[in-house]
Design a protein. Structure first.
Length: 134
């Protein structure tokens, strides 16, 4: 029994230092969701290149596209995807898949290693985006 607990603690330590961690996510396969607010819906023309705010860069899912399609962030920054479509989407990134994102739902992922991370929508494979971590 002690060996199993030790093995689990070692695995948790290894996975927590590998590269990316979830923010506000109870389990690795679940997403962080937020209730829709009364703020106006952002449009791609109004926010073509969102800027990071306190280490958080926003990407909107709108018109069956990721807006903007490519974002560049620093190590330890996070990206927040918010679904503005009435269509349900599911983000595939780094071998993981979020739960369904309905309209107004969000998913946040922090990046701790430099690199280029491509992602797509599981339901709409032609929807693609890229996160560049510098």
């Amino acid at each position: 029994m002690k060996h199993k607990i030790l093995l689990i603690l070692i695995l948790v330590s290894v996975f927590s230092t590998i590269g990316c961690t979830y923010t506000n996510i109870p389990e690795p396969t679940e997403i962080a969701t937020e209730m829709p607010t009364a703020t106006p819906t952002p449009s791609p023309t109004a926010t073509p290149h969102p800027t990071p705010k306190d280490g958080l860069t926003e990407v909107f899912i709108q018109g069956n596209a990721f807006v903007p399609e490519t974002v560049t962030v620093s190590v330890k920054d996070a990206v927040k995807w918010t679904n503005m479509d009435s269509t349900t989407h599911k983000i595939k990134i780094m071998g993981m898949v979020t739960d369904d994102l309905g309209q107004g739902d969000s998913f946040i992922l922090a990046f701790y290693q430099k690199g280029t991370y491509e992602y797509s929508c599981k339901y709409h494979p032609d929807m693609k985006g890229t996160v560049i971590v510098q």
